[in-house]
Design a protein around this ligand. Structure first.
Ligand code: 1HE
Length: 262
């Protein structure tokens, strides 16, 4: 498996090594994403070790990620810029539509391409130090890592345009309120919370997680009429799985947990 960067690592955690913890490890450059790092992210998701059921991605140092490595930008012409953006698209597709659900643990700067990477993940957890911005607007460029597709689906096109027009920075509490992150936790605890969520996700039936990653976002994009049919087919496949039958029987026989508000 070619990994194109030493600035990223993967470690297996959990009782059965079922959680992959991916660390952006370029703190001196605030985990700015150069080509090697983006390609390494792609490769890691394409070659996820067998037995992994969920992943967590986080950044070392004081920030999650400062976005695109701007030092690589200056030399590109238009054609190279197009292909570069498409390279980000294909790499981040490997995260969104990859083998396992991904929880992003966010702190410090979650900006530009860093926010594009975070918005590719299935759940976002931010600690109180996190701040979110799209400085592309002030750098004279545009998002290129799928942000214009994914970020409006989280917060709406109007809020995203505001972030780029005006340089608006969302601090963590407001970011949670508008939907940039689903969880807000005390400073320094995002990774811990993300691990807790990943452990929970890893216990789901694999087909349920598959449906949430691969069917749900596509159903959400379909006209209702088609969405209902896709939903019915996914539901039929999931419920026919032996794992579903075992779990439902366990509940009916009083051996599974009830839904609890605590
Ligand atoms: C970088 C980058 C970078 C830091 N590319 N080198 N993203 C941005 O426009 C955000 C630019 N970065 C910042 O606003 C700040 O660095 C932070 C708020 C993230 C962090 O501030 P701070 O004070 O902790 O660090 P620093 O002193 O600004 O940066 C430390 C070093 O990292 C410094 O290098 P040094 O050699 O002088 O030590 C910085 O130059 C370097 N650095 N961020 C390259 N982004 C697919 S398209 C996506 C388009 C985008 O993502 S555009 C948005 C890019």
């Amino acid at each position: 498996m070619p990994i194109h960067s030493t600035d990223i690592s993967l470690s297996l955690q959990g009782a059965s090594s079922e959680i992959a913890v991916i660390t952006l490890n370029r703190p001196a450059k605030r985990n700015a994403l150069n080509d090697g790092l983006i390609l390494a992210i792609r490769d890691m998701f394409q070659a996820m070790p067998h037995g992994v059921r969920a992943a967590v991605i986080h950044g070392s140092g004081d920030h999650f990620c400062a976005g695109l490595d701007l030092s690589e930008l200056s030399e590109r012409d238009a054609g190279q810029g197009l292909h570069h953006s498409r390279m980000w698209h294909s790499a981040l597709e490997c995260v969104q539509y990859g083998p396992v659900p991904v929880v992003a643990a966010l702190h410090g700067a979650v900006v530009g391409g860093g926010l594009e990477l975070a918005s590719t993940c299935h759940i976002r957890v931010a600690d109180e130090s996190a701040f979110f911005a799209l400085p592309e607007g002030s750098r004279g460029i545009f998002v290129g890592g799928g942000g214009s597709v994914r970020i409006p689906r989280l917060i709406g096109a109007a809020r995203m345009a505001d972030m780029m027009f005006t340089g608006r920075v969302y601090k963590a509490p407001e970011a949670e309120r508008v939907g940039l992150t689903q969880y807000l936790v005390p400073q320094g605890t995002a990774l811990e919370k993300a691990m807790e969520l990943a452990a929970r996700i890893a216990q789901n039936a694999p087909l349920t997680n598959y449906a949430l990653m691969h069917a749900l976002p596509r159903i959400a994009e379909q006209p209702a009429d088609q969405g209902y049919l896709t939903e019915a087919m996914m539901a039929a496949i999931a419920q026919s799985d032996p794992e579903a039958k075992t779990r439902v029987r366990a509940f009916l026989e009083g051996r599974a947990n009830k839904v609890s508000k605590d």
